[in-house]
Design a protein around this ligand. Structure first.
Ligand code: ATP
Ligand code: MG
Length: 561
């Protein structure tokens, strides 16, 4: 991976295991896959899986496939396939083969026949409810189906006729014949094929029977010669079933499944089902709403692939469940952008400031550094004029002692310029402050004797004449409780944070950045890191705040925990 990945990989049990296997000569190379179901957009949890699956072969030699687990035609769509590919590439990874479980439908069908012919699968004519009722519980064994001992020849005939479309949905299912008394319920004759008269995005109407996820998944891994099938812990109990199938089928390779814990982030939800609901019910503005924990959302918000890879590396891979503070993700972004983002000045909530001793109609061009530590970023010319804008909250009329920004009679340094003093406060009829009249100290410019004169505060500003009007969107946590999807929560949509989006229509940006494109990052001094939104045009710039400069949530999170 690229050299800008700064997180040092803490070693983990999967890496250690693979290293030992390679040392023992068990493999020449390792082959992994990332297996999304194309029924939604990828989220941060998927990023954890992607980084793990792609980084292991990068480190040890081998490759990764992108496999679409498209066995459920009811929910899967091509647009999700396209979005998933875009997101994986954006994260910085390229797969070796683009595969689809649906490409293996014929092989999987033949495997099913193999089980039937060997007395290891049978056609059951019971409906889904009856099968569920007979499954038993953790303490009671299951009840065998009356069809369990159906003659294999008869099962084969029925299965072939299922495939030919002779029966309606639900008439029959194919079940593996394993053990109705197995302590692991997944082994109690699981359903492996269903009738479903539904067109598939890739195979069209060619098939009207579809394999279950459990039947397709392990065999797809075997067909692709995957050496290590990495998945999340909820599949641990399915592993005995996958192993049973692999042992009883004429597969050409033997994948080994290793489970790890899912990524959970606080103040958000990481489940496609819940994210789909947020989109469909209109709680957010689509899958790429910048408040969403989807890769499309955080990309639009301004997150970088480097920061996400670093985050995923830093959190490590274990078998224990944990919830990572969202702030950890933001810290990685700050660390990344601090070294990469040029600085600019912008005013989010403008207050007019007139420099009474600055000549009207003149523009002075001030040389400003684009990065405080890195001279490679160069400098730019910033327009200084008689009329400026400063941030409304950088002025306070009745200021407490500790307020070091601008107050009546007080002094403050204008960033990159000089020291000013507030001489007069202009108000409208309602008593609102509308303008400040200030005078500047010419001796306090950089290079002059007064340049080092100390005042307690420095504030940013833009020229009222040349600044560009822009819309700025500020984002906050999508939910207002740490675990909106947790057991103690009500329906998670009731915990949406009504203040997760604040739109400022009247912000002013230093001239020149209206031409920036999505993906270009800036630090607006003292305000945070910002990117142009895809909605942005030079005529109507729209910027998103990706992250603030400091973690304002850390304290609050501790209280809420
Ligand atoms: P969801 O729970 O959001 O519906 P999923 O597991 O159904 O996700 P898939 O498309 O099947 O979504 O997932 C593709 C891969 O990503 C799987 O290997 C899955 O284990 C992994 N994955 C999904 N969510 C997470 C997560 N939160 N943390 C780590 N890996 C995840
Ligand atoms: Mg899944």
């Amino acid at each position: 991976m690229s050299s800008s990945d700064t997180a040092t990989a803490p070693t983990n049990f999967i890496r250690n295991r693979i290293r030992k296997e390679l040392e023992a000569g068990q493999y020449d190379q390792i082959v992994t896959r990332f297996p999304p179901e194309p029924n939604g957009y990828l989220h941060m949890g998927h990023a954890k899986s992607i980084v793990l699956n792609f980084s292991l072969p990068e480190e040890f030699g081998g490759y990764t496939n992108l496999r679409f687990d498209d066995t459920n035609p009811a929910k899967e769509e091509q647009r999700y396939v396209d979005a998933i590919k875009e997101d994986v590439r954006w994260l910085g990874y390229e797969w070796k083969k683009e595969c689809y479980a649906s490409d293996y439908f014929k092989t999987l069908y033949d495997y099913a026949l193999h089980l039937i012919d060997n007395g290891l699968a049978y056609i059951d004519s019971q409906d889904a409810d009856a099968i569920r009722e007979q499954r038993g519980t953790l303490t009671e064994p299951g009840i065998p189906s009356p069809d369990r001992d159906r003659d294999p020849a008869e099962s084969r005939d029925l299965f072939e006729r299922m495939r030919a479309g002779e029966f309606e949905d639900g008439t029959y299912v194919l079940r593996a014949k394993i053990d109705m008394a197995a302590p692991n319920i997944n082994l109690r004759d699981p359903v492996i094929y269903r009738i479903r008269h539904q067109a598939h995005p890739r195979t069209g109407t060619k098939w009207c029977i579809y394999p279950s996820y459990d039947f397709a998944h392990g065999q797809s891994d075997a067909i692709e010669q995957i050496t290590h099938s990495l998945c999340t812990l909820e599949f641990e109990d399915h592993r005995p079933l996958y192993d049973w199938l692999i042992e009883h089928l004429p597969v050409s390779s033997r994948p080994y499944q290793i489970e790890f814990s899912r990524l959970n982030l606080d103040f958000t939800v990481l489940s496609k089902r819940r994210l789909t609901r947020l989109v469909e019910e209109g709680h957010v503005d689509g899958w790429d709403d910048p408040r969403m924990p989807t890769l499309a959302g955080i990309r639009r918000r301004g997150f970088t692939p480097e920061s996400i890879r670093n985050f995923c590396t830093e959190i490590g891979v274990t078998k224990s469940e944990s919830i990572i503070p969202f702030g950890e993700l933001e810290r990685n972004l700050r660390d990344d952008l601090n070294v990469r983002a040029p600085r600019r000045m912008a005013v989010l909530r403008p207050l007019k400031l007139v420099l009474t001793n600055f000549p009207a109609g003149e523009t002075e061009w001030i040389e400003a550094a684009n990065h405080p530590q890195d001279p490679d970023f160069g400098t730019r010319k910033v327009a200084l004029t008689r009329e400026l804008y400063i941030e409304q909250d950088d002025f306070m009329e009745e200021a407490p002692k500790k307020f070091f920004r601008l107050k009546p009679g007080g002094e403050v340094r204008l960033r990159n310029a000089f020291i000013i003093q507030c001489d007069e406060v202009i108000k409208d009829d309602a008593g609102n402050v509308v303008e400040l009249h200030c005078s500047f100290d010419p001796e306090s410019r950089s290079g002059l004797p007064g340049a080092d004169r100390k005042v307690k505060g420095t504030i940013h500003w833009v020229s009222a004449e040349s600044a560009v009007k822009a819309e700025v969107r500020l984002y906050d946590r999508l939910f207002n409780i740490p675990h909106p999807g947790g057991d103690k929560a009500r329906d998670f949509v009731e915990h949406l944070n009504p203040e997760s989006l604040e739109v400022l229509e009247d912000a002013r940006l230093e001239a020149g950045i209206e031409d920036a494109k999505p993906g270009e990052h800036f630090q607006f001094e003292r305000l945070g890191y910002f990117v142009p939104d895809p909605d942005s045009t030079p005529e109507r710039p729209v910027f998103n705040r990706a992250v603030t400069l400091r973690d304002t949530w850390a304290k609050l999170e501790k209280q809420l925990r």
